[in-house]
Design a protein around this ligand. Sequence first.
Ligand code: ADP
Ligand code: MG
Length: 345
Amino acid sequence: MVLAKLSSLFSSAIAIDLGTANTLVYMEGKGMVCSEPSVVAVAKDVNGRGDRILAVGHEAKNMVGRTPDSIQAIRPIKDGVIADFEVTEAMLRYFIRKAHDRSTFFRPRIVVCVPPCITSVEKRAVREATLSAGAREVFLIEEPMAAAIGAGLDVTSPTGSMVVDIGGGTTDVAVISLSGIVASRSIRCGGDKMDEAIINYVRRKFNLLIGDRTAERIKMNVASVSPHMKSQTMEIKGRDLVAGIPRVISTCSEELREALIEPVQDIVDCVHMTLECTPPELAADIVDRGIMLVGGGSLLRGLDQVLRDETKLPILRSEDPFTAVVVGAGTALDKIELLRDVALR
Ligand code: ADP
Ligand code: MG
């Protein structure tokens, strides 16, 4: 006990899931310590002094769509890749500082979860950004691998497991066996595309313009993509495109199912295509063990049922789809053997 306390004084370890929508941080010995939107508010350079970071996380997300021209709310991770390095580094620094308590003398060892198809240039960039944000040592783990560990799957055994991670910007499908990714596919379609589909539908059908946040709320509260579920209705406020004034309309789950056909079909196709390129022995394992869903997008009502109908395979959802990736990376941090096995070189 004393020894453990002493050693934690000298070292600490942090796992970070840098998602397109949310960033989650897990600390060794403490569990999840923070979860905030991956958004940074930046004041644009006006008098030659460079851009300034105004807010990160919740505070910055509340500014989305409500900022004056001189302030930009940036989501630095787009479509699963780092689109803006400086801003990402600032965001990493904010999260590391928030998580890392001052009772430790040394800088933390950090595991960062990265998209499965990351290039070597991007890998180097993430490593550098994490080091310069305050890490002592950096490990990278592919998100599907971390998700599988977090969802409780045995990734080291010679049995195939399939994980489908539906995030904000991307959906990643991967088959894992013997601590490695055997087959994977990634599409730029996730929760954001669903929001966009709802915005377009409401504009076409009701001539009403709604914002991203409203679309997301509709998706979470009333949207359902399986015909077998109970329908709900919801009032939506937006700006009438013809009259130019605010207006309220009402929409129901059936209408939203129609709105969401395209992104849902893209996700189903991605699962199908990954199954098609899975070696037969591992495909047989998936028939027995089913497909594990993680990521916030997997909470879309009825999506599990649609996947069940389309693949005829058992579909499971991890207990907490938002935290599976960071908890998995945190688990790997606690077991150094596992970490060495699954970390990217
Ligand atoms: P990322 O890993 O890319 O940061 P997350 O796994 O955190 O993404 O998931 C974020 C996405 O999940 C967002 O698009 C959000 O709108 C969506 N989401 C969250 N809750 C729900 C819900 N109840 N129903 C449908 N989508 C949801
Ligand atoms: Mg994610």
